[in-house]
Design a protein around this ligand. Structure first.
Ligand code: MN
Ligand code: MN
Length: 467
């Protein structure tokens, strides 16, 4: 019979080890994590919508020397370009030393988040309160959104074709908005509803005012007062809402969570918590990488990536074709030799709701960047399911660079599921796998992530893209 120490040694040799990431880093990396996350919080606060994320990313990229892409130019190694897709999605590229036909390295993440969009005829008045009607965007738990301070972001195209940028409720002292809920004393009927119907979609009405225009006997004077304020501020009339994209989002700022400041709470981590590390990894490339590095920040992921700013359109493919053409290379050849990390979040194991997770295959807060081989639902339906070969390649890359990483599934099998942009990139012939940050309370108005996981996602993106 073997003695105890032999067993222990054998276990150490053969068993897989899961170690909390904070136990695996040194003091220097501890500081790097917190410093990186300070920058991330600034990005979060200035980028609450896809349009604002594009604007912020462009400011950072231009400062790093990125220039507007010209499809007739044959670029040199180290050249940095961007292609802005309608101000709602954007591609950044650093040209590499290798022939482009050997493929490119792609980081893909999304910059839209679940929110409440205004309807086209949003403004109405009832019992002397003015409201905006909303149509929610993406998967939300509707009961979470009342009694949360809201800000309003977006763009209004006026009848003369000029546009007005809107961002209200973010600056100190700005007015904010809110959706009401019943008081517990009168909630007996509402309490009988099931949770998904706790608040119904048509109850997500945003309170925007309560003071009448004057003391005339006219009706709808509160609404008139609001329209008058909007006309004086923006020069808009009620009909201009028809050609507007106005998004109500939680008004709070990103903050540290926990006595130990190990986490960040914020609106919109999904998926800025991957978009920011992806972008920064590209911006941090010095000189020219071997392979051309591409970072795409996409819109519309939360509603299935449809639309011409989502990755279920040809805008990424067309860009690859455009960068290949001056070299006399076919775009499809580039794509077939390319690799991608689809940088998106996963669900962090939540001990309070442990029954939703399969503990052996969940991702954990603070255990590093999560590599997700497959997403999907009902037996891997709707996922690209990365090959063992590609997982092996990414695994070896991360281990060789001492990145703290883990694997994860999206909760228990058959409990639900989800998808990312990975399958749309896979359909281009590119090798792709999901990689990102585990999130607590994903899609809630206020989501929580571990700072260590954010930084390790940055490191993963950098080691991948700077090859
Ligand atoms: Mn996402
Ligand atoms: Mn999402």
């Amino acid at each position: 019979m073997e003695n105890k120490s032999e067993v222990k040694a054998l276990k150490e040799k053969l068993f897989s080890k899961k170690v909390n990431g904070w136990k695996r880093i040194d003091a220097e990396e501890f500081d790097l994590i917190h410093d990186f996350c300070e920058e991330y919080k600034v990005f979060l606060n200035s980028s609450k919508t896809e349009r604002e994320a594009v604007d912020t990313a462009l400011i950072l990229a231009k400062a790093a020397g990125f220039k507007k892409f010209n499809k007739d130019t044959k670029y040199n190694p180290g050249d940095k370009v961007y292609k802005n897709n309608r101000g709602k999605s954007i591609i950044f590229t650093v040209f590499g030393k290798d022939d482009i036909e050997k493929g490119v390295n792609i980081l893909a993440s999304h910059i839209d988040s679940p929110r409440l969009d205004l309807k086209q005829h949003p403004l109405y008045e009832e019992n002397d309160i003015a409201y905006f009607k909303t149509h929610y965007y993406g998967g939300i738990r509707k009961y979470q959104w009342p009694t949360v301070p809201l800000s309003l972001h977006g763009v209004i195209i006026k009848s003369d074709g000029t546009s007005v940028q809107v961002c209200i409720g973010e600056d100190e002292g700005d007015m904010q908005f809110v959706i009401s809920d019943l008081l517990p004393h009168l909630a007996a009927e509402q309490n009988k509803r099931t949770l998904p119907d706790g608040i119904k979609a048509e109850e997500l009405n945003i309170i925007i005012g309560s003071c009448p225009f004057n003391n005339d006997e006219e009706s709808e004077l509160v609404k008139l007062n609001i329209l008058n304020i909007l006309f004086e501020k923006y020069g808009i009339t009620e009909d201009d809402f028809v050609s507007a994209e106005l998004e109500a989002v939680p008004a709070f700022k990103a903050v540290d969570i926990g006595f130990d400041r190990s986490m960040i709470g914020s609106y919109g981590h999904d998926d800025r918590v991957c978009a920011f590390p992806a972008l920064m990894s590209l911006l941090d490339i010095e000189g020219a990488p071997n392979k051309t590095a591409v970072c795409v920040l996409a819109d519309k992921e939360e509603i299935g990536s449809y639309g011409n700013t989502g990755l279920n359109s040809d805008f990424l493919k067309n860009f690859i074709w455009d960068i290949a053409k001056p070299f006399g290379v076919e775009g499809r050849t580039v794509l077939e030799n390319s690799e991608c990390l689809s940088a998106d979040v996963n669900s962090a194991y939540d001990p309070t709701f442990s029954s939703a997770f399969e503990a052996r295959n969940s991702s954990y807060l603070g255990y590093g960047a999560v590599v997700t081989k497959y997403t999907g639902a009902r037996g891997k339906s709707g996922t690209s399911d990365a090959s063992a070969e590609y997982v092996g390649k990414i695994r070896n890359l991360l281990d060789s660079k001492n990145v703290v990483w883990q694997t994860g599934e999206l909760g228990k099998t058959d409990l639900g599921g989800g998808g990312t942009v990975a399958m749309y990139i896979a359909s281009l012939g590119v090798d792709v796998i999901d990689l990102g940050v585990p999130v607590l309370s994903m899609h809630a108005p206020f989501e929580t992530v571990s700072k260590l996981d954010v930084y390790m996602t940055y490191r993963t993106c950098y080691e991948f893209i700077a090859r």
